[in-house]
Design a protein around this ligand. Structure first.
Ligand code: WTA
Length: 673
């Protein structure tokens, strides 16, 4: 992981709004109380929301780690996001402002669409009607949604949620093979996709990719296609239909009653990359998830009715699920959804969007910020960014330089800015500098303080708390609402991956972390075989198993190396089968294979052909050794945490591997490195 272990614990504290400033000690004292009484605490939070029927028990923890929150309660996420707003003065408030990527010759967006809450409600009801009557979908069925950043994506998600249909959104940047795997694992009978979309000035032919996936997805019986571009696509008679054609037969103002669902019923499945094996379908519940989102929308973002909110993530990842679709719409905000690249046609597109709509709350990523930093500050001063009040970053550690740059250029050295840590599995953000609470001073580079009621801790190998400023493993010691229910179809794996590494059903996050003397968390990056490319989570295992599919490849090890913009990028070390030569052509071929099977986000930075890989006695690749060599880090840094081999063995393996890689790099005939 691209982490500088020498942490700047003395980072100067920046003032938050002084009138709301809270001494960290007091925050931590309050935090302790909420953790000790976490059930009561969460029950109080849950009372903030309406329910069809209230709960009988706050938490059923009789079968850990399969926790059920707000047992006996009935709710519906679509109802929470729409019906209550439509029944209030927010009915005609703008919910979504959508901007397409293409611009006219004056730099103005060619397409802007606005949806009030009433418009959104209408569309969601019509789509729900369609799903229910035409496709016979009902509670508990699964569908896969493979859509770009267009309004139909949240509309379909909300329509499914209305019926209790469990949806599985697949990021539109994923390849046909990734899509097919996810369809097959979720056993969906319906796929919703689009003809294409704009990205970086180019058209992406999404339906073609979907068609390719469908060759190996036997469960799909029907496909609904959203006409985004009107480009020519292949339509399979009897299987595929355009959404606009289908909607023509749906009554204009049809009402579909939101199904009364149990709090612990599944809302959606979202696949994440993990330590080993195929992507894991995380299943989120409704009640607990919505309570966590309501709490964090208020406390982290301090949402108010006059806000214009913009989360720059893609809805295909968890950040978009929680903080573009369900969180903001539940709060009744006006939000921006932008189709395309944040740097199209130039690096100031994001600034133009902030100015155009007067964005007040911005949720973005370190990768985006680092991309913007490539230009001098003056590049952005032609835009008025003064509307922004609260900013947060997510997805990967934010380096202090990026933090300070953004804090100055957008935050004008006065806005609220912090890094929120969380994961797909946690449902919502669990650490922040809490803008909507009496907040602790901002500390650049840190992830702020843990959310009330969440027992976040840094522990050693045995699961005992580390002392301040000692690096350890980040765990969560008590359940919280929003925690994933299970892995779809594989509850054993859920136990094994998250709850068997540490004692007492601690949730193992997979991250390294440090807590400093003031109680701030520094999340340092993954301790396992996960890399974060531009904040997107990839399992090195997925990339390795893809490479091995190539006839030339005998073995492969993939690790992440630091990248100035993307945080990390993958590098592959490959052992070839006899009779193959490691040259540029083969390297390109392997890269194309990875791009085709996983998606362009997985593009390898380099392929290095080696004759052997460092291994333990039980033939496990010593990943940390490979990583140390790839990142030019001495092995000293990486032996601190357990390995299957002894320190001496690791060192020997390191030196041997280093020598080989050095030799390859210095070979004038070798252009691989
Ligand atoms: C990393 C994304 C440091 C972390 C919401 C975690 C972060 C993984 C931060 C989950 C942050 C996320 N600072 N690291 N603010 N936010 N991470 O499931 O390694 O795509 O385990 O969820 O991202 O990635 P996921």
């Amino acid at each position: 992981m691209s982490v500088n272990w020498a942490l700047p614990f003395e980072e100067r504290l920046l003032p938050a709004d002084k009138s709301k400033l809270l001494d960290p000690k007091i925050y931590l004292e309050l935090h302790k109380q909420t953790v000790e009484n976490f059930k009561e605490f969460w029950a109080e939070r849950a009372k903030e929301l309406p329910w069809f029927k209230p709960w009988d028990r706050v938490l059923d923890d009789s079968n850990p780690p399969f926790y059920k929150w707000f047992v006996g309660a009935e709710t519906n996420a679509s109802w929470l996001c729409l019906d209550r707003h439509v029944a209030s003065w927010r009915k005609n408030k703008v919910a979504i402002i959508w901007e397409g990527e293409p611009l006219d010759k004056n730099g103005k967006p060619l397409e802007i669409k606005k949806y009030t809450y009433a418009d959104l409600y209408k569309e969601v009801n019509r789509v729900a009607y369609l799903l229910k009557t035409k496709y016979n979908l009902k509670k508990g069925d699964t569908v896969t949604i493979y859509l770009p950043m267009i309004p139909e994506l949240p509309i379909f998600m909300l329509a499914c949620a209305r019926l209790g249909v469990v949806f599985n959104v697949v990021f539109a940047g994923f390849s046909s093979a990734s899509l097919s795997d996810r369809i097959n694992d979720s056993k969906s009978a319906l796929l919703i996709t689009a003809d294409g979309f704009w990205r970086n000035g180019k058209i992406l032919h999404l339906k073609d990719i979907a068609d390719e996936a469908l060759k190996t997805s036997p469960t799909i019986r029907n496909v609904i296609v959203v006409r985004r571009l009107g480009n020519k696509i292949n339509i399979v008679e009897g299987r595929d239909a355009y959404l606009d054609d289908l909607l023509r037969e749906v009554p204009e103002n049809v009402y579909v009653e939101p199904t009364r669902l149990k709090s612990e019923d599944p809302l959606y499945i979202l696949y994440t990359s993990g330590t080993t094996g195929k992507p894991k379908g995380q299943v989120h519940d409704i009640g607990g998830y919505m309570v966590l989102l309501d709490t964090t929308m208020k406390w982290a973002f301090d949402v108010r009715d006059e806000d214009v909110y913009w989360c720059t993530a893609d809805i295909g990842w968890v950040t978009g699920h929680s903080y573009i679709v369900f969180g903001p719409l539940m709060e009744g905000v006006t939000e921006i959804i932008y189709e395309g690249s944040l740097t199209y046609p130039d690096a100031a597109r994001w600034a133009a969007i902030i100015e155009r709509y007067g964005v007040t709350i911005l949720y973005t990523s370190p990768t985006a910020i680092r991309g913007w930093m490539k230009n001098p500050k003056e590049f952005y001063t032609r835009y008025n960014l003064a509307s922004v009040r609260v900013m947060h970053s997510v997805g990967e550690p934010i380096n202090p330089e990026a933090f300070r740059w953004f804090y100055e250029v957008v935050g004008k050295n006065r806005n609220h800015f912090g890094s929120t840590w969380w994961m797909t599995e946690t449902g919502g953000l669990l650490t922040a500098h809490w803008a909507g609470l009496y907040t602790t001073p901002m500390k650049p580079g840190t992830n702020g303080m843990p959310l009330f009621g969440v027992d976040l801790e840094v522990v050693d190998d045995k699961g005992d708390p580390q002392r301040p400023e000692e690096r350890g493993y980040l765990v969560i010691r008590k359940p919280w609402p929003g925690l994933s229910l299970t892995i779809w179809g594989d509850p054993q794996r859920f136990i094994q991956v998250y709850f068997s590494r540490f004692k007492n059903h601690y949730f193992w996050t997979g991250d390294y972390a440090v807590r400093d003397r003031d109680g701030y968390f520094w999340i340092l990056g993954r301790a396992d075989e996960v890399i974060k490319v531009a904040g997107h989570r990839l399992g090195t295992y997925e990339l390795e198993s893809t490479l091995i599919q190539h006839p030339a490849v005998a073995e492969a090890a993939v690790v992440g190396i630091p990248d100035e913009i993307k945080g990390e990028v993958p590098v592959a070390f490959v052992i070839l089968r006899q009779g193959y030569t490691g040259d540029d052509k083969l390297a390109t071929e392997l890269n194309n294979l990875v791009r085709a099977k996983v998606g362009p986000i997985a593009t390898l930075k380099t392929v290095i052909f080696v004759s052997k890989l460092p291994k333990t006695r039980s033939a496990k690749i010593m990943r940390r050794v490979v990583q140390a060599v790839a990142t030019n880090r001495p092995i000293g840094d990486v032996t601190t945490l357990e390995d299957e081999a002894s320190v001496d063995e690791v060192k020997k393996a390191y030196l041997e591997f280093l020598a080989e890689v050095e030799k390859i790099k210095s070979d004038p005939n070798n252009k691989q490195s």
